[in-house]
Design a protein around this ligand. Structure first.
Ligand SMILES: [Zn+2]
Ligand SMILES: [Zn+2]
Length: 1024
């Protein structure tokens, strides 16, 4: 053991990291557990597109704390770090680096160059982020991290798709998908969840003229541009629709929405002509409003069912007109209903969202909205044009509003295995439990998974299509590809454009070329459970954890793939955590300028302070509001711990203490108590971490450090540390502190690894392990004494109430109290009997009695009430009342009314006040009352003054910066003490009273006693 100095936790971090690195501690801990039971953890891969933020820091701290605990428990933890590296986010960044904005420009630069840059970008940021994570003290297998851009990983992606294909779960289909016109690619449904934003769009009511009758169908749309692709109007077969006469024109609208529509159209008078059921409208042919503007529509107009009223159950009466404008190429439900009626799927727009035909050919569709509205107005077909604020999906990467567009894409048919997925989800231990339902609800509403992206930086789809017969094959490995390849392409890397060059031979003799698409990046991370360890069998993860956005994303994507390939869920325990917000509960964002950078927090306070803060601020599944002052509180908590540790070790060093279990034989009650407490804490820590419930773990640590160790135990033993070197009382206190600190640093090590290790390194003896992480948190059950803990709780409670009472009556702790009387039940009595000496010491009390304080019961007649009943007899009644015993009367009135001298006395006739004597102050505690006797005599006063003087000399010693053992001479002017007091002063201040001529330090003081007297004194100190 060495002397301990004040600490800078940031500097401590660095020292400990160096120690871990130089001595390969992480590797040694792994080596030690190598043969033990495996614990498989799969790291949800953070995306390598920039620096980490507070949320990612929190995520890794949760993981690290849990895994450190598991390693300490002796598990052989498989803990590869993982990275997400493909996909649009990096493509977008690289486009920015090149200063380009479209896919065409990428082709111009060269796909190979583009891919190379994407790779560079990913690797560079991986390194930046890795260092940031290490800075937080995160131990993971960084050197063997899994990266989805390696050939091996990508090959398992191919293998997975081939399995899906063999099971008939991979299909190509024309469907309406979310489409980003900027990124020029389809997006999957799960990518869009949580990406809805409130935006303003046109809200347009339009008249569609019927062919056979002189009437109009009224439709409503927020995407006027899709009118260019209108092929039908859908109504609900069971709803009632009305024909209304509006100023000579006949409109057809759902009855329930009529008022609403007419209000919008500012129509004041109208007449209902007739009512029909929706099914009666089926087959009515109409003329679409933009027939002249789009030649293709004129062509389609002649087909059966096109531009007619059709029936659909999806029509609602929530808004609009009850007649739904149907563009099968631009709406999912439109697409479904059109298929039933054999209406073609028509979409006149290209990948960039521009019209490919019609009057506005080459225009971005949204830009045409206003022109279209004007055209409708000119044609007299516009009922109303306004604006609407609604929630609309955006690209998660570039924030562009998405379009719905029918395209040919590759899908995984999740719909066919959905029931299995839901059943499998029920086998998982979800934390908190309600995540299970949230997850299952998400799965219920999910459609088939669109896995193809019309982009570059991703795992290429391993699908080759014959140019001649259109047959396709799905390739499952590089080996297989090499066997079938007819040109000789070097396949060191499986990215585009290399694989695009590979040509295969079809059975028909034709040449097969690869589908140009790449895979959805969520497919990459979905492979992690098995691809991260290069396995083609399922090893279920013992634990995964991510934020709540991942419930429908990564929790799902990895399950979907494992369900396809292995018909199982790939994890056993899943913890969901929250998001980090600013102190007002706002999302952190650049534009709000409220971002908290984890590096800054670490730089200021040290990693462990941030770690403990993030795991104690709330339950991890709730969103965390980051409050700087709360981080300060954690700093102060650890300073308290450090002070307790410094106090203990510095005394031990001073006395050259060697820990020895022999001293356990001489423990005092308070020693046994703190030893019991620290073992109870260890038990609680294990239980909490096992789940894991980090809040109960950290809260228990906090309570122990502040209340048990610092505010109580160390206070109780302070005097014992001043005893002679070989005093057994002192040595057993040291032994206790040593034991407690050693155990405590194991308990805190998972969450505060640097501080835990630092304390351990100083406490450890030669025969002990090299690092704290080679130990487990262990519980010495035989030291736990619940009764003692309970009783000590009462004692502490009583002492606290004495402090509160002293505060109230301004009676400083330095002045002894003559006596206190404690009132309470049996358990209080027992505790006071056993540990009264602690109350005496801590409360500075001469005498403790157990019992009640007899107060005076004063009966006050209530003249008003008495007057009502007894009128002129009141004086007689009062006279009678004054004679009775107040206490007895109060007891009796609790039951019922009482007869006194023949008069019935009801409770409301009197009020009874209890007055305790003037010299007694009563203070409540949780299980009773403490009555403080405030009488003070000359003796007590003198003793108090002695304490006042001692405190002031100590303060002056401190100001002189004297060492603990350095001796002094001192002189006091203005107060004199008898010998017995002088001796105590001399002992406590390590000095001798002497008539010194000159001093190193002199100071004037004023002392005010509880009785109000004032003493002006002067103290002189001289070093010896
Ligand atoms: Zn986009
Ligand atoms: Zn062929």
């Amino acid at each position: 053991m060495e002397r301990v100095k004040q600490v800078n936790f940031r500097e401590l971090d660095k020292e400990i990291k160096k120690f871990w690195e130089n001595n390969r501690i992480y590797e040694k801990v792994k080596e030690k557990n190598k043969e033990n039971k495996e614990f498989y953890f799969v790291d949800g891969p953070p995306y390598c597109s920039g620096a980490i933020h507070l949320g990612t820091a929190w995520n890794k701290i949760i993981k690290d704390t849990y895994l450190r605990f598991k390693r300490m428990q002796g598990f052989n933890v498989l803990d590869k770090a993982g990275w997400d590296m493909h996909g649009l986010p990096i493509e977008v960044k690289v486009e920015q680096e090149f200063g380009i904005k479209s896919k065409k420009e990428i082709e111009k630069i060269g796909v190979d160059k583009f891919i190379e840059k994407c790779k560079e970008f990913a690797l560079k940021h991986k390194e930046i982020m890795e260092n940031q994570f290490k800075n937080l003290g995160v131990w993971l297998d960084w050197d063997n991290a899994y990266m989805p851009i390696t050939k091996e990983y990508m090959e398992i992606g191919w293998w997975t798709l081939k399995r899906a294909h063999e099971k008939g779960l991979l299909v190509k289909d024309l469907r309406v998908v979310y489409w980003c016109p900027r990124c020029e690619t389809a997006l999957a449904e799960h990518e869009v969840r949580g990406e809805y934003k409130e935006v303003y769009d046109p809200s347009v009511y339009v008249k569609f003229k019927l062919k056979e009758e002189n009437a109009y169908l009224i439709i409503w749309t927020t995407t006027p541009w899709t009118l260019m692709a209108n092929l039908a109007v859908t109504v609900h077969p069971d709803y009632v629709y009305v024909y209304v006469d509006v100023g000579g024109e006949t409109w057809i609208v759902a009855e329930k929405l009529l008022e609403d529509v007419l209000k919008k159209a500012k129509v004041e008078s109208y007449k209902i002509i007739k009512k029909v059921k929706g099914r009666e409208l089926e087959g009515l042919k109409y003329e679409p409003p933009l027939l002249e503007e789009n030649e293709k529509l004129r062509e389609l107009h002649n087909l059966e069912n096109v531009h007619t009223v059709i029936l659909g159950e999806h029509v609602t009466l929530e808004s609009g007109t009850g007649l739904v404008h149907t563009a099968p190429g631009h709406g999912e439900e439109d697409y479904e209903v059109a298929k039933k009626y054999n209406i073609p799927i028509y979409s006149p727009i290209d990948d960039q969202g521009k019209y490919t035909e019609g009057k506005w050919k080459g225009w971005f569709v949204k830009d045409a909205d206003n022109e279209i509205i004007e055209t409708l107005r000119n044609k007299g077909l516009l009922v109303h044009a306004g604006r609407i604020k609604h929630s609309y999906p955006h690209c998660w990467r570039c924030k562009t509003p998405l379009l719905f567009r029918a395209t040919e894409q590759w899908f995984l048919k999740i719909s066919e295995i959905k029931e299995n997925i839901i059943d499998q989800a029920k086998t998982v231990e979800w934390i908190p439990e309600w995540v299970e339902q949230r997850y299952i609800n998400g799965v219920k509403y999910v459609g088939d998974w669109n896995i193809s992206r019309q982009r570059y930086w991703g795992i290429p789809l391993p699908i080759w299509v014959c140019e001649k017969c259109k047959k396709y094959v799905v390739i499952g490995s590089v080996e297989e590809l090499k066997e079938r390849m007819i040109n000789n392409i070097e396949l060191d890397d499986l990215h585009k454009p290399t694989v695009d060059k590979v040509i295969l031979r079809c059975e028909c003799g034709g040449e097969m070329r690869r589908v140009p698409d790449v895979l959805d990046v969520w497919f990459d991370s979905g492979l992690a459970p098995y691809a991260s360890i290069g396995s083609k069998t399922l090893k279920k993860a013992d634990f995964i954890t991510e934020g709540h956005d991942q419930v429908t994303k990564w929790f799902y994507s990895q399950h979907a793939l494992s369900a396809i390939v292995f018909n199982d869920i790939p994890y056993k325990k899943c913890l969901m955590h929250g998001f980090t917000l600013d102190e007002h509960g706002e999302k952190m964002s650049k534009s709000l300028g409220n971002i908290v950078n984890p590096d800054d927090v670490v730089e200021k306070y040290g990693a462990d302070i941030l770690r403990f803060y993030l795991l104690s601020a709330n339950k991890v599944w709730e969103d965390l509001k980051f409050v700087w002052s709360e981080v300060e509180d954690v700093l102060s908590l650890f300073n308290t711990l450090w002070n307790a540790y410094m106090f203990s070790v510095n005394y031990m060093v001073l006395d050259n203490f060697k820990p020895n279990e022999e001293y356990f034989k001489h423990l005092k009650d308070e020693d046994k108590w703190i030893i019991s407490r620290v073992n109870s804490l260890a038990k609680k820590a294990i239980e909490s971490l096992e789940i894991p419930h980090f809040h109960t773990y950290t809260w228990a640590i906090k309570d122990f450090i502040l209340n048990d160790l610092s505010r109580w135990y160390i206070r109780l033993i302070r005097e014992r540390t001043w005893k002679e070197k070989e005093d057994i009382d002192k040595l057993s206190a040291y032994q206790t502190l040593y034991y407690v600190l050693l155990k405590l640093c194991k308990i805190i090590a998972p969450v505060a690894p640097h501080i835990g290790e630092a304390i351990y390194q100083n406490l450890k003896t030669e025969d002990m392990e090299e690092s704290i992480f080679m130990y487990s948190i262990d519980v010495d059950e035989h030291f736990i004494n619940e009764e003692l803990e309970k009783e000590m709780e009462i004692v502490r409670d009583i002492v606290d109430s004495i402090y509160r009472g002293r505060d109230r009556i301004k009676y400083s702790l330095r002045y002894p109290l003559k006596e206190i009387i404690i009132a309470g039940g049996e358990e209080v009595k027992r505790a006071v009997e056993k540990y009264g000496y602690i109350i005496k010491e801590q409360g500075n009390i001469k005498e403790i009695k157990f019992g009640e304080v007899e107060g005076k019961y004063i009966v006050k007649p209530n003249y008003r009430e008495l007057g009502k009943r007894y009128k002129s007899e009141v004086p007689k009644v009062v006279e009678a009342l004054m004679k009775v015993d107040g206490k007895e009367l109060m007891e009796k009135l609790k039951e019922s009314s009482v007869i006194i001298d023949g008069y019935e006395i009801k409770p409301e006739y009197v009020s009874i006040k209890v007055e305790i004597p003037d010299n007694i102050a009563g203070v409540e505690f949780s299980k009773g009352t403490v009555f403080i006797n405030t009488e003070i005599d000359e003796e007590l006063l003198k003793e108090g003054l002695m304490r006042e003087v001692i405190r002031r000399i100590q303060a002056m010693r401190k100001e002189l910066d004297l060492d603990i053992e350095e001796r002094i001479k001192f002189k006091i002017e203005g107060l004199e003490f008898e010998d017995k007091y002088t001796k105590i002063i001399e002992k406590e201040v390590r000095g001798e009273l002497s008539d010194i001529e000159s001093s190193d330090y002199s100071k004037d003081w004023e002392i005010k006693t509880p009785t109000g007297e004032k003493y002006k004194i002067r103290i002189h100190i001289k070093r010896i």
